[in-house]
Write a protein that binds this ligand. Structure first.
Ligand SMILES: O=C(O)[C@H](O)[C@@H](O)[C@H](O)[C@H](O)COP(=O)(O)O
Length: 256
């Protein structure tokens, strides 16, 4: 059994410094992935995360045509709905950079009335994009970008939910999400924990307690604390000083 990865925690004075360093981290991950496999597969979350990616817009090292973007979770609403993570990322990022639309892997909104079928279809999209390239049982994302809720959820994996023990499916659905909207699809822990890199982003005073709980008492088993990339997977937290004020775990000085 691989030794669980210990998280590296980078704390920044403000979100502008965080966003700039996160962009440098992502570009380094992209460079390594493109050098090895000619592409960069990344899964992003919704909420406040897309906004922290905007520093990439002005960076010269981003090879947008090599990116393949998926969603760590997505709300099951039309892709132009205000609750859609895709719409959020489209308005915040994609509309400002030359990423090919065919490289953005959205849910099939025509299936939104049948969550089982929609989750299955998204899983098949992952199989198409990864299986012929990686023979592993689970897809190996180059990078998964996660947020964390005040209850410790990440993606759409919520405390006490049966999805936390889903160990076979790559994509699962939830119809009673405690965070609205209720109907969502999400990557499962096996997929998240097979990523080459996982980076959490958490900012603001609203995350003070949950960051302390997750980073200093992982034995509580909160969903975000159960993200432990196996093998050589890296686990990094990008936080601001406001959110990490109660974190006892030693913070590292950001360096690539
Ligand atoms: O679709 C979603 O709602 C997100 O993927 C969700 O998992 C988010 O990352 C957390 O709820 C944190 O959200 P904030 O960063 O906005 O607090």
């Amino acid at each position: 059994m691989a030794v669980p990865t210990r998280p590296v925690v980078y704390s920044f004075s403000d979100t502008s410094n965080l966003s700039d360093s996160l962009a440098e981290y992502i570009i380094k991950a992209q460079r390594e992935s493109v050098d090895k496999r000619g592409r960069f597969t990344v899964a992003i979350s919704g909420g406040s995360l897309p906004k922290t990616l905007t520093a990439l817009i002005s960076k010269s090292g981003v090879k947008w045509d090599k990116w393949h973007v998926f969603y760590a979770d997505e709300r099951v609403v039309p892709l132009d709905h205000e609750d859609s993570n895709h719409k959020l990322a489209q308005d915040t990022l994609y509309s400002k950079v030359p990423i090919p639309r065919e490289n953005i892997h959205t849910i099939d909104e025509s299936l939104q009335d049948d969550l089982e079928e929609l989750a299955d279809a998204y899983e098949k999209e992952l199989v198409r994009e990864f299986a012929q390239k990686d023979s592993a049982r689970f897809p190996v994302f180059d990078l998964i970008l996660l947020g964390v809720g005040p209850d410790g959820h990440t993606a759409s994996l919520f405390p006490g939910h049966e999805l936390l023990s889903e160990n076979d499916r790559w994509v699962a659905y939830i119809e009673d999400s405690p965070k609205p909207p209720p109907r969502r699809v999400t990557l499962t822990f096996p997929v998240i924990n097979h990523a080459a890199r996982v980076a959490f982003v958490a900012t603001g005073v609203g995350k003070v307690q949950i960051l302390h709980d997750i980073l200093d008492t992982p034995e509580l088993g909160l969903p975000a604390a159960r993200v432990r990339p196996v093998a050589s997977g890296q686990l990094v937290w990008f936080v601001d000083d406001a959110a990490s004020v109660e974190v006892k775990l030693a913070k590292s000085e950001f360096k690539l």
